[in-house]
Ligand binder design. Sequence first.
Ligand code: VG1
Ligand code: CO
Length: 586
Amino acid sequence: LGIKTFSIEPFDGQKTGTSGLRKKVKVFQQPGYLEAFVQSIFFALPEIPGSGFDDGANDQPVLVLGGDGRYFNKEAIRTILRLAAANKVKKVLVGQQGLLCTPAVSAIIRERKLTGGIILTASHNPGGPNADFGIKYNTRDGGPAPESYTDVFYQWTRRIKEYRIAVDLDSQDQDPFACVSLDRPQVYEFPMQENDSNFTIEVIDSANDYVSLLQRIFDFGLLRQLFQRSDFSMLFDALHGVTGPYGKRIFVDELGAPMDWLRNCHPLEDFGGGHPDPNLVYAAELVSCCDPKENANAPEFGAASDGDGDRNMILGRGFFVTPSDSLAVIVANASDAIPYFRNGRLVGVARSMPTASAVDKVAAKENLNFFETPTGWKYFSNLLSTGKAQICGEESFGTSSDHIREKDGLWAILCWLSILAYRNVGKTPVGSFIGVQQLVEEHWKIYGRNFFTRYDYEECDATAAGNMMSGLLQYQEHGDYSSLEKVVGQPVIVADDFTYKDPVDGSIAKNQGIRFVFADGSRIIFRLSGTGSTGATIRMYIEKYETNPSKIFADAAETLSDLIHVALDVSRLEAFTGRTAPTVIT
Ligand code: VG1
Ligand code: CO
């Protein structure tokens, strides 16, 4: 194979957000767009010390490549393989059918000590020719590239003039890798003319590394016993995302679940037209299947994951577990119920700033280190890698541990199953099963309850959203919170635009969300999403802490309604954006 160079003009806006570059498929389909972005990464990496592409690297780079199976996935894989071959990458491992869930990529990079990985996903955003595509680079620790990487990527996208691509020397225009089939695991070698060595493409089983990692973390024997109980059943909904085949492998093949415990487990390029986003709105069908009022056979446990498999939603019978509570319950039970965390392995936890403070209470009681980071999984990497924290979570349905450097939907689901299994060992007869709701309510009785809701206003006018945020900053500068304090009945003790200083490398992340924190722990937070592809998405997060036993079982929407109203008032959200209601409430 040879290498051909094409001239190119930089594209505007190839700047990564909370989690990689996310744009409409149509944007990615512009001639040269994908090439320009990926080539910018390959130009940038040699400039980044420790990237494995730099001078100090001992070996030639090896990458893993795969995606959530959305529209444009396979085409993008073909192009990226040609760019990789032309940019000194020695070998690329590709998931079978081009599929790899985000946590599996992280696991593969770590288990096989690779240089990095490229994940093709727009996560929970819809897919299809008119919807979204995305691309993300993960570094050798298995985590999303931090800003010290993505800043250099972006600089390159501003000044790129050419890209390099592998060509078949005999038939210059043909895809030299046309013979590579993604249908089954196989190794392909291609001699490269330039450096007299081979470029290797290895199609790998998408699940093996990841599933065997999970088997080392959890007690699959105990889980199998849970699955055999006549008083237990579950429903897992993959929302037509990438976790379908993984769910089948883990729940059916390994743990013995019947096939009808799985829903929407066939990956589709457009996710069946829905949002592959596990929340009360976009996974409403699963929610009603798990509600005994709507389904007489509602299972004991329900769970869903998002398009790329890093998010999770946990349900009981007619009961929704908020992600902030889920994190707290997992942390409170991990050392008993999950073999990986036994023997004092759990010493610290972290949550993103907008995540409700439920885990803080567990950390305080159990004497664990506690960290509060900006939104986005990349901020947890340093804490996980230096042993400061082992379990982390975000209110956006993301939870995971230091077994990898991404959030992990199936891991969180297996945590819950493990807790249920552990708590119900020896529990007979039928009817005495301790379910999800009972577990969570017991937790509230011990730690208090952090009522929480998030309002999303998707695809707002970007200028209007920006103006609203500036308005809130001005309000903070004036420093008169009396109207707020009057409604809430509590003084404001912190009002700022959240700044985070990484305790490991000292890097500083500013402007991470406007927050008002009250003396009783109530909070009002506003931030703009960094993952949308059109306009601006405003997120409003509301929290209230309650320890009064007579109030902890109250309705969340009612409990939070005063705070919600005053937050909307103060922000003048409706005046700025014209929106009278949010797109999604979780
Ligand atoms: C959202 C969530 C954030 C999450 C990110 C990526 O970001 O709020 O918590 O880490 O999505 O999730 P934003 O900037 O839109 O609020 V996923 O499942 O895309 O990898
Ligand atoms: Co995701």
